[in-house]
Write a protein that binds this ligand. Structure first.
Ligand SMILES: [Zn+2]
Length: 59
């Protein structure tokens, strides 16, 4: 099932999005740099945005 992303926002090279997974709010931070594998899920939007802001891109 494809999650429906809401509130997609770009912070530097990282996209932050919120979606609902099995009735629960989840938040995803994913780097868009081609050679960077960073992506992580969080329970709170603030945590996802903080991770995006502090991400040190390895690409
Ligand atoms: Zn990165």
């Amino acid at each position: 099932m494809n999650p429906r992303f809401r509130n997609v926002r770009r912070i530097g090279p990282v996209n932050v999005a919120s979606y609902i997974d099995r009735g629960r709010n989840r938040h995803l931070a994913a780097c868009t740099a081609p050679r960077c594998d960073f992506s992580a899920e969080y329970d709170s939007r603030a945590a996802a945005e903080l991770a995006a802001r502090t991400h040190r891109c390895s690409a």
